[in-house]
Ligand binder design. Structure first.
Ligand code: HEM
Length: 414
């Protein structure tokens, strides 16, 4: 049961802190200090969210992995007590079709099988030449334009957007429309009306595209998904939701990883030099894992609910209680990562991070994201060795208010 606050709330219940919590000023790359204090002694604690309910928050690496692979833990957002991100998400539950994001096994298994085809390691490895070409083209264009340039608009956003649009068969010329709606839809404080409006617009767009692909199939992932509609395996709205999930997750996340890594690397020139000066694919791959661990772009906490009582970390999560899995904190768990707040691109076990989640909902696009990042960082740093911020680092606008962390803009010069 989710326990809404009452006037009689006392003791432990009355002291429950609010979530989300702010990061400390001047430490944009570290988790909120208040969260660290709260979970210093135990891997889970209670927090109060926007609707007054008090779900558990889980920060420890081992506890997260245990819960993320526990079939008693559900993503079913329709269950009472589910800890929704915000009011808009709660209000739109009835309008969101079933998908990988809100279904458990075995329903989840069926959806996921339809989506994974284009994102296997083998298929993604074959994309390296075109990712390299797009990266070089975008950097050429930036270098031939005025200084300073906004690295987010010049490179971080268009690279993953071009890739996912091409893979799905979504017209890239519509990018302003879907980027804008996606970005507004994942704000912390978005209103019910705004959620409905952005989701409605994106959903309608994808439904039209799925119908078009069903009528005139092309060689792209959305046509494969549309074929499952024609075969009667899924509905048009389920297909549209798959396309939408891939489109949003496929550009917003990698874009944040590119934009956020640049100020972090410029702040650590000795680490930047490792990436710039190597052509060893193992070193590059390790560096990308460490950046995924260190930057923690998925920082709002993944949402779950317990279907049965679960004993963990000296506590009992009761059936019906909400659970927030704060992946970023696990990436800074000192039991797994020695000196966790240090950016160390040669860290041997960086790949143990939880940045892509764990268990059956682990990221579908992780191989694509890895390859994009393995190409873009080295290319950028080698082609522009004099790359520098064109604004004081304390003036950078970080996405504190978004479900995915990053930078809004990044003025750079060279
Ligand atoms: C650096 C970039 C990325 C990061 C950090 C990231 C992170 C994550 C995380 C943490 C999850 C698990 C969510 C949960 O368990 O609640 C997830 C799931 C997912 N991601 Fe990614 N992601 C990235 C890129 C991508 C890309 C490029 C795509 C699309 C091609 C994608 C598609 C998905 C999908 C469809 C799921 C849902 C999987 C499921 O529920 O079974 N992601 N991602």
């Amino acid at each position: 049961m989710s326990d809404a606050p009452t006037g009689a709330a006392t003791g432990r219940e009355a002291q429950v802190p609010e979530w989300p919590m702010p990061r400390a000023e001047g430490c944009p790359f570290d988790p909120p200090p208040a969260l660290r204090e709260l979970t210093a002694e135990q891997p889970l604690a209670k927090v109060r969210i926007w609707d007054g309910s008090t779900p558990w928050i889980v920060t420890g690496h081992a506890a997260q992995r245990a819960l993320l692979s526990d079939p008693r833990v559900s993503v079913d957002e329709r269950l009472p007590g589910f800890p929704h991100w915000h009011e808009g998400m709660a209000a739109a539950v009835a309008y969101r079709p079933r998908s990988v994001f809100n279904s458990d096994a075995p329903e989840h298994t069926g959806f996921r099988r339809i989506m994974t085809g284009p994102f296997t390691l083998k298929r993604v490895e074959a994309l390296r030449p075109s990712i390299q070409k797009i990266t070089d083209g975008l950097i050429d264009k930036m270098l031939s334009g005025p200084k300073p340039a906004d690295l987010v608009q010049a490179l971080a956003l268009p690279l993953p957007t071009l890739m996912i649009s091409e893979l799905l068969g979504v017209p890239y010329e519509d990018h302003d429309f879907f980027q804008d709606n996606a970005s507004r839809g994942i704000a912390h404080d978005v209103s019910v009306e705004e959620t409905m409006r952005t989701f409605g617009a994106l959903n309608e767009y994808l439904v039209r595209l799925v119908e078009k692909k069903a009528a005139e199939p092309a060689d792209d992932a959305l046509s494969d998904i549309a074929a499952r509609v024609t075969a009667g395996d899924i509905t048009v709205s389920e297909a549209a939701m798959m396309g939408l999930g891939l489109l949003i997750a496929g550009h917003e996340t990698s874009a944040n990883m590119i934009g956020l890594a640049v100020p972090a690397l410029l702040e650590h020139p000795e680490q930047l030099a490792i990436l710039r000066d190597t052509d060893d694919p193992k070193v590059v791959a390790g560096a990308v894992e460490e950046l995924l661990r260190y930057l923690g772009i998925i920082h709002g906490g993944q949402r779950r609910i317990a279907k049965e009582d679960i004993e963990i970390g000296g506590e009992v999560i009761r059936a019906g209680e909400g659970i927030i899995i704060e992946l970023f904190s696990a990436n800074r768990d000192a039991d797994v990562f020695p000196e966790p707040d240090l950016l160390d691109l040669r860290r041997v076990n960086a790949r143990q991070h939880n940045a892509f989640g764990f268990g059956i909902h682990q990221c579908v696009g992780q191989q694509l994201a890895r390859v994009e990042l393995q190409i873009v960082y080295g290319t950028l740093l080698r082609r522009i060795p004099t790359l520098a911020l064109a604004t004081p680092s304390d003036r950078i606008e970080f996405k504190h208010d978004r479900l995915a962390y990053g930078v809004y803009t990044l003025p750079v010069t060279w």
